[in-house]
Design a protein around this ligand. Structure first.
Ligand code: SIN
Length: 527
């Protein structure tokens, strides 16, 4: 029996909603796409699995990159993005990102986003691998929260957009490679519902939660990638996970991100012996590309037999530190760290998925009618390693492109009203899903983390194989569905990582440490 669904259902028996755009996810990509579609006069339903504010966007600290400075240009931004991407960026997609980015950011400002300013105008900072100061930020280090605030407010005011919180998308309704809508589970009313759309957009975010140590919100369990893959969409670059170098590592404290902007403003990395080490690893020292900083930190940790290094801001002007990083300052103070006098203990953690559901230049996946934008998607703009602060921009640019592409044909497009059903899944397996999830998270961190080996990845694949029988059993609730999706995307990451017999960008193998011209290509999976 095919295993392309997670539950048994029959659309003839379920409540139905019909809409022009069905958008899944309420971060920058989902909400900006919804607002653009509404401005084009279209009706939209946004489905989000928790509340509107539970998104990766809301947690983003550092900022949003755009070539807005006097000395900057889209060409320079393009160059930095391509270099960071380590030979795997799609140059046309990058050109779209950097050339349309500044106007999209101005649009955000027009919608009411308040970015920090200095005497010159918009205050721009630097982050790793940027040749220019081009990162806009808000409230110092709460850029994502400001963007989330303004988009949420605008969407709530818009009567053409209907937002349904606590709606978990279970599966896509696809026939003959065309998407007709989605099956969703309303967690509050405990019922399944069918949402039919002319344009179906995945904007569900990333998968960082499959790793034990990560910077991601609870919702980041790879659902969008898993449901698209089950429905037959192509997924690309799944081996490329970005680990963030500096995440708070203090017993009892959450893995809280300490923004790269801290190093952008001059902070040093020191090992536990107090030695500053990054100049030994790269000319750009603390502002080297993220993968290089991560591996340098791991080497220093191993050499000093420790599970941490330190971020040191104590040589910076205390007033500036407090003004620029109020959020980091406050969180660290809750754990008795005064960042103007104490060094911050940090270690790397999973942060961002460069790969995902493969899309073209207008956001279309390999399934007709199914589009994707933001972290769930892979337009090829990040290649093997994303340039810092390009992710919020990616959601805006490709969300906007989806609407530009689709808004015209909708008037004359009337999708067939097809019915869908599944009755072949077995009863829910008697599995302790919470324990399985924990095992998966630890395994991914240990075997498919920032330093990989053939042996470790094979062990991971044996684990996924052991649990593959669960695909034949229906899920009983949203928690089980999440674990099933996590198993699916974890397996895709491990398989792609084992297949790529080299090291490049975020993918590093001790058994194949070099980069090869013959591997300058993408790995694409399709069910
Ligand atoms: C950070 O603030 O360091 C994260 C920014 C990003 O991941 O782009």
């Amino acid at each position: 029996m095919p295993d392309n669904y997670m539950v048994n259902f029959d659309t003839r028996e379920l409540p139905q909603v019909e809409e022009e755009y069905i958008i899944m996810g309420s971060g920058i990509a989902g909400l900006y796409t919804a607002l653009s579609a509404s401005q084009a006069g279209r009706s939209v339903t946004v489905l989000t699995k928790q509340t509107m504010m539970d998104t990766g966007t809301d947690k983003a600290q550092g900022g949003i990159a755009a070539a807005l400075g006097d000395a900057d240009s889209p060409a320079l931004h393009r160059e930095d993005t391509l270099v960071a991407g380590a030979g795997l960026c799609d140059s046309e997609a990058v050109a779209a990102l950097v050339s349309e980015g500044p106007d999209r950011v101005r649009e955000l400002i027009g919608l009411g986003a308040i970015f920090d300013r200095d005497s010159q105008g918009l205050a721009l900072t630097r982050e790793g691998a940027h040749s220019q100061r081009r990162i806009l930020h808000a409230s110092g280090d709460a850029t994502g929260a400001e963007i989330q605030r303004v988009l949420t407010q605008r969407v709530r005011e818009d009567d053409k957009i209907n937002v349904l919180e606590n709606h978990y998308v279970v599966d896509l309704l696809v026939r003959d490679n065309t998407c007709y809508g989605v099956l969703a589970y309303d967690r509050q009313n405990k019922e399944y519902r069918v949402f039919r759309g002319k344009v179906v957009v995945l904007a569900t975010g990333g998968l960082g939660r499959i790793f034990e140590h990560n910077t991601n919100p609870e919702i980041a369990t790879g659902d969008g990638i898993a449901i698209a893959f089950r429905a037959g969409a192509e997924v690309m670059d799944m081996e490329f996970i970005q680990f963030h170098p500096t995440v708070l590592n203090l017993p009892g404290a959450p893995r809280f991100l300490i923004s790269e902007a801290v190093r952008g403003e001059g902070a040093y990395l020191r090992n536990i012996r107090g030695q500053r080490f990054m100049p030994r690893y790269h000319d750009l020292a603390e502002l080297a590309p993220r993968d290089i900083v991560v591996r340098a930190i791991l080497k220093e940790m191993a050499a000093t037999n420790s599970n941490k290094v330190f971020l040191d801001l104590t040589h910076l002007e205390p007033e500036l530190v407090k003004l620029r990083f109020p959020n980091i300052s406050k969180t660290c103070s809750e754990y008795k760290l005064d960042i103007t006098v104490d060094r911050i203990p940090v270690a790397p953690a999973a942060h961002y998925m460069m790969g995902g559901v493969k899309i073209n230049l207008v956001g279309e996946t390999s399934i007709r009618g199914l589009y994707a934008c933001g972290e769930v998607s892979c337009p090829g703009v990040h290649g093997a390693n994303r340039l810092a602060s390009n992710s919020l921009l990616d959601g805006l640019v490709f969300g906007g492109r989806i609407v530009e592409e689709t808004k015209h044909f909708l008037k004359d497009y009337n999708p067939r009203h097809l019915e869908f059903a599944c009755d072949w899944l077995l009863e829910p397996a008697k599995t302790d899903y919470a324990a399985l999830r924990k095992k998966l998270e630890v395994l991914m961190g240990e075997k498919v983390g920032p330093v990989r080996s053939s042996e470790g990845m094979r062990e991971a694949l044996v684990f996924f194989d052991q649990w593959s029988y669960l695909k034949r059993h229906r899920a009983d609730n949203a928690e089980q569905m999440e674990v099933k999706n996590m198993l699916q995307v974890g397996e895709l990451v491990a398989e792609a990582a084992l297949a790529r017999r080299e090291s490049r960008g975020g993918h590093y193998r001790v058994d194949c440490p070099d980069t090869y011209q013959r591997w300058q290509k993408h790995i694409i999976f399709r069910r």
